[in-house]
Design a protein around this ligand. Structure first.
Ligand SMILES: C[S@@+](CC[C@H](N)C(=O)[O-])C[C@H]1O[C@@H](n2cnc3c(N)ncnc32)[C@H](O)[C@@H]1O
Length: 191
């Protein structure tokens, strides 16, 4: 069954909304002050917390979501924070890129889509990235088949992404309290 994301934002049924960005992303950006300030796409950006981390750090940040109400909240909160970012309404899995990015940042989009769509997701990451560009992800390692969120394992991630991406680094990040020890960050480079 496909999820009705727009309905979930309209009714406020958003248990993933933590009111703050991914702690793992915050730490990554702080630990890498010398990264070249390029373009970043955040697919399934929700209300835009992670987009604003990249924007605040000086990147040219774009959030994408399939739910118009998520983008409305993203735009309002970004303006209220006096930050600049672009927000695109679209289907990350199926749309053709209008441009390619230096970075993609994944956080609770991979676990939100149907598991049968995961190969489409891998292809989409490759399609939306420039050659030799970066894919930074916070994956959710839960054992859940009746999602969203749908679980995954480190083995599945390595199998799925290794053909198109080289793994630079993988680590367990700082997390929201209810996800501690359940997240895996991976930094991949497009081959
Ligand atoms: C679990 S929410 C996470 C939102 C945000 N990343 C966060 O952590 O707060 C999943 C998000 O992915 C979006 N989404 C689902 N399928 C999508 C697709 N094919 N293309 C773009 N966005 C999608 C949903 O609308 C929703 O905002």
């Amino acid at each position: 069954m496909s999820e009705n994301w727009e309905e979930r934002y309209r009714t406020g049924d958003m248990p993933w909304e933590k009111g703050e960005p991914s702690p793992g992303l915050v730490d990554f950006v702080a630990a890498h002050p010398d990264l070249e300030r390029g373009t970043v796409l955040v697919p399934g950006c929700g209300t835009g917390h992670d987009v604003r981390v990249w924007a605040k750090a000086g990147f040219s940040a774009t959030g994408m979501d399939i739910a118009p109400s998520a983008l409305r909240l993203s735009r309002e909160r970004t303006a209220a924070a006096n930050l600049r970012a672009e927000f695109l309404l679209g289907d990350f899995l199926r749309d053709q890129p209008t441009k390619q990015f230096d970075w993609i940042f994944e956080h609770t989009c991979f676990c939100a889509i149907q598991p049968a769509e995961r190969e489409l997701y891998v292809q989409a990451v490759s399609r939306w990235l420039k050659p030799a560009a970066n894919f930074l992800a916070v994956f959710y390692l839960i054992d859940e088949k009746d999602g969203p969120p749908f679980g995954t394992t480190r083995d599945e991630l390595v199998k799925r992404f290794s053909s198109s991406f080289e793994l630079l680094q993988a680590w367990v990040p700082r997390s929201y309290p209810n996800r501690t020890g359940l997240e895996l960050m991976m930094w991949w480079r497009k081959r």
